[in-house]
Design a protein around this ligand. Structure first.
Ligand code: NAD
Length: 463
């Protein structure tokens, strides 16, 4: 028996799914187009909401939220028909006459739990995939970005089919209550500790799930790399969103011969991007709440800043900060920083850098600056991470054709583009056999002769 008393909207969603409405290509397309209209018509309100939540600039919100999502919708609209097409499979001789195919089926009513740091992106990118795959969906945005969460609830209620898609606002209590319900699929983005709880809740109903977590993403800067470009790109990727990006370079590993020049170039880039006093820059966000601010301040006390280091509780401002003289044992290397502090660790041999990466974490992303193809190959071959980007950062997650996701402690499962569509659907096999012929061969009794013939048949004609 389904227990939808706590969330009466779930009963409506289940009924809609059972009606088959959401499986229809036209319905999927209409919802994706409606979501696109929401992003276009309400772009200003979206930027204002994110700005209210943590003072992120409209340009960054466009680049990382609305702009990205619009691309994701266009990509899905372009490919949806072919993604939905059942895949024909070859039928081996012993199973003939027959035809085989495999289709992608929606799970039903799915639950999407988002984190606050990209409040629209992290709720709506999975929603795009869920809709594309023909599901009904419940979206639970994070309570830590309340203006964004309210706009998601109001906007989706206004633009999308309310009988199939609903937003439930709230915090831990609401999330836990939702997880007590049975869903067809869970898609969670957030911290490792919450991820564990979500997995336990999923186990109760044997619900399949994707878990997108964080981690410490390393960035190696090798000797033969353009240090000016490397510095500008690292600074941009690190301090975007105030450093509160799961994919941000958590720490830099730099060859000892380039350390001084890289530091100089990074400081120059910080001043160039955010001015002499980044507190006054309209492009520099704030820390989301006091708890995170105090956590980051504590890290600052334990690892003195080489540059930056200023903080102000009232505004939840922490300056773009570079930490020098860090070792893998420093407190700042214990867990994901998730804020505007950038530790720089020096190495002499590339193998040392690769050892550190292996010891520190299972990173969501790994970055490398090097123009040497041999070095690039070596780093990719001798490391593990959810994704890799060479000579740049973050863009591996912006490509709709590249699956995005973690591995090990940084999560499992993928999203974006076709990978997202596949995440929100399961493969259903279909074999259509003919009723004729119906030889006795497979039926008992199995005489020695029959068994020996069967053995040969299965051994040689099965594939
Ligand atoms: P969080 O785990 O505190 O919260 C995430 C969501 O889970 C929120 O909606 C919250 O209400 C809900 N939640 C909280 N407690 C819950 C519980 N007991 N059961 C079920 N749901 C619960 O994470 P956060 O602070 O919002 O996000 C920051 C973390 O997310 C960082 O570690 C970051 O690296 C990670 N992150 C990962 C990705 C990715 O794609 N891999 C993207 C963004 C953020």
């Amino acid at each position: 028996m389904q227990k939808d008393q706590a969330f009466p909207e779930l009963a409506v969603l289940r009924e809609t799914f059972e009606s088959g409405k959401t499986r229809d290509l036209r319905w999927r397309r209409s919802q994706l187009l409606a979501l696109e209209r929401f992003l276009i018509e309400r772009e200003g309100e979206i930027a204002a909401a994110v700005h209210d939540d943590f003072r992120k600039s409209p340009a960054e919100t466009f680049l990382t939220e609305t702009g990205y999502l619009r691309g994701e919708i266009r990509f899905a609209l372009k490919h949806l028909k072919s993604w939905m097409k059942p895949r024909k499979v070859f039928v081996p001789l012993i199973y003939q006459p027959a035809t085989g195919s495999c289709s992608r089926e929606p799970f039903g009513v799915v639950l999407i739990i988002g984190a606050w740091n990209y409040p629209f992106n992290l709720c709506l990118a999975p929603l795009i995939s869920a809709i594309a795959a023909g599901n009904c969906a419940v979206v639970k945005p994070s309570e830590h970005a309340p203006r964004s969460a309210a706009l998601i609830a109001e906007g989706l209620g206004h633009y999308l089919d309310r009988s199939a898609i609903t937003v439930i606002e709230g915090g831990v209590e609401e999330a836990k209550a939702l997880l007590a319900e049975r869903f067809g699929y869970l898609f969670f983005t957030g911290s490792r500790s919450t991820g564990r709880e979500v997995m336990l809740a999923a186990a109760r109903h044997l619900t399949p799930l994707t878990i997108e977590l964080g981690g410490k993403c390393p960035c190696i800067v090798e000797e033969r790399s353009d240090l000016r470009v490397a510095a500008r790109r690292i600074v941009w990727a690190k301090f975007l969103n105030g450093g509160q990006t799961c994919l941000a370079p958590d720490y830099v590993l730099v060859h000892e011969r380039c350390e001084a020049e890289l530091l100089r170039q990074m400081q120059e880039a910080i001043t160039h991007f955010y001015g002499d006093d980044p507190r006054l820059s309209p492009d520099y966000p704030r820390i989301i709440n006091q708890d995170h601010f105090l956590r980051l301040e504590k890290l600052l006390v334990g690892s003195p800043a080489w540059s930056g280091g200023k903080s102000e509780l009232e505004e939840r401002y922490i300056a773009p900060t570079i930490l020098r003289g860090v070792t893998p044992m420093s407190p700042v290397m214990e867990s994901e920083i998730f804020g505007p502090l950038l530790p720089v660790i020096v190495y002499t041999e590339l193998s040392e850098a690769l050892d550190i990466i292996r010891r520190v974490d299972d990173p969501l992303a790994l970055y490398l600056f090097s123009s040497d193809p041999a070095v690039q190959d070596r780093v990719v071959r001798h490391s593990r991470s959810g994704g890799v980007c060479i000579n740049d950062l973050l863009f591996q997650a912006a490509m709709h054709k590249l699956p995005f996701g973690g591995f090990g402690q940084s999560g499992f499962g993928t999203c974006h583009g076709k990978a997202g569509f596949e995440t929100f659907s399961f493969q259903r096999s279909l074999l259509r056999r003919s009723l004729f012929p119906d030889p006795d061969l497979r039926y008992p009794p199995y005489s020695r002769r029959k068994f020996s013939f069967l053995k040969r048949l299965v051994t040689f004609f099965q594939v």
